[in-house]
Design a protein around this ligand. Sequence first.
Ligand code: BGC
Length: 709
Amino acid sequence: MKKISLNSFLCLLLLFVIVLSAHAQTQALPQLGLSSIQEVVKAMTLEEKIDLVVGEGWYIPGIPIPGSPKNPSEAQKKVAGASGNTKAIPRLGIPAMIVCDGPAGLQIFNVGKSRAYYGTAWPIGTLLASSWDTALVRRVGIAFGREIKEYGLDLINAPGMNIQRNPLGGRNFEYYSEDPIITGHIAAALINGFQSNGVGNIPKHFFANNQETNRSTLNVIISERAMREIYLKGWQIMIKQSNPWGIMTSYNRVNGPFTAESGELLTGILRKEWGYKGFVETDWYGGQDAPEAQGAGNNLLMPGMPAQKSLILDAVKNGQLDEKIIDRNLEAILNIVIQSPSFKGYKYSDNPPLKENAEISRQAAAEGMVLLKNEGKALPVKPGTTVALFGNNALELIAGGTGSGDVSSMYTVSLADGMFHAGYSLNTNVYASYTNYLATEKAKKPKQNNVTAMAPQMPIPEMSISEDLVWKAADQSAIAIITIGRNAGENNDREVEDDYQLTATELALINSVSGAFHAKNKKVVVILNIGGVIDVMQWRDAVDGILLAWQPGLEGGNSISDIISGKVNPSGKLTATFPARYEDDVSAKNFPGREISDIAKPTLSGKTFDAEVIYEEGIYVGYRYYNTFDVQTAYPFGYGLSYTQFKFSDLKLNARGKGTSVLVKVSITNTGSVAGKEVAELYITAPAIKLDKPSSELKAFAKTKILEP
Ligand code: BGC
């Protein structure tokens, strides 16, 4: 037998002792899920705690982002190109949670990696809300949540819930409405569906982020009443009905403090008054004072920067920030971690049911389109008909908006393709002329990648069409369909000229096509492929039909064709007013506010100036203003036509006692000749005793199933 020396023996003994004590230590260490959250928090070092209340940084492969890690962590490799993640602390059994954007579908930066993520582009928020159908939106939520879960994600920065205060808001497409009641109910429906998968929503941006101009420095001045009745109301309804895992604060200030750093908002209103139990995160790099945000109840600073960690550490060490506050913030995050797929070790497939989801997206899109005009039954049009399809967007559908709301979409179906699938013949001369024009214009543009695509795109200007082509088309085709498209997104609000209003070329196109087709007794229909309200007064009398298709997601061309053919009877209603003139909108004189300093401050998304906006209109936002002050609109809130007619009868109100709810019943009969769905919108007029009141306020709504004639 080989002898071992004393030295070797001592070394072995020491090793044994080290191994034993390390083992004992791991044994004794609390583990998330096995021990209580308080015990886990107690076992954390201060540095670990801070690591968890500040995100791990935004890592996009190949793109250097200031303050972000040089090399990806395990979580950042798991779904490379996601928007952010919380940090893993393996010794305590805490996994990372991964979050992506939102809100109209998954956004992943497919840059510099072997595998690409593509998802379903759902119809934009405004379209979903225009369906007024909470069951449908819930269904979208279920499918959407499943999709992100199958890609290994835990959370999504969605839905967008800001109020469409002004038609020019650059992100209006991400939001639901000018009205808080529909906003709250539609958001809750989406979240309830989405979260039923065991993944979480982070509705955004809480609150008053109703414009993009100077968004990260803007002080929004709002009366307490307007806050409560308009800008907070939707959030309150949504929280009560759906309990999202997280909430994202906005970039702006409200009456002074940043929402991200307002204890009155995040602790007072959100948690104490409304009983919210989830976590709160900042918008990306939002707020200015990391310790202040922590103190206010903003649990998680996203996407997280090392500088924020040092500031929090210093603040705790010098007694400015109580460590107990960090513990409190941490507990709310861990409460969500234990529900997450990452914690549960969910075996995601990386293979969501994309085909099935595309079909749901197609149906949902058709349900939220709004028929604005249909003179002489211009629509529906029988498949088989020869259609002259005008407008760039007939070939280039705008499926959704830009910025973080842009979706890594699998594909988009153009209207031309959709109509072709539905069995229409397209006028080949017109089609060829647009194909050539778009190809030439595209060749002139610099090449896009996923990151530059985040920036607002300059649309290809509408083609100037020759009279000769139009008159020939009027001879050869049975009907003309013209598309008008608009796109907008994060960082910029829209302009009145050439955006809210049509360009001279677009107006010329409508006039020329209408002139030629009407001369031949043929109809002209306009399809609006837009993300926000535009002017219609300058041109609507020239055409027979207008279908507001919004930005309908990846199957858009098929969905629009479903309405054109009558396969789906339109049942969408406006959730935003179309004013007669932009200036008629009461917020127009206070949009986008004024700059109060001319010193430009750099932000990640460009320069910003200290600015303020006063919500002088108070509660009179959208229809609350138009109806109360008798201001004519082009199309009012709640408006939308159908291919059939409905009769409302037997309205019954049943109060269950003073001060309790009232049950309202009404019978709806389809009195026309085709099947369809109808929306019941319940408005009330409250007596103006102590306060002035809007002449009408939406209180409840419901959508019928398909009603046969
Ligand atoms: C947007 C958020 C988005 C976040 C992450 C921010 O610029 O305002 O809506 O969720 O970026 O992409």
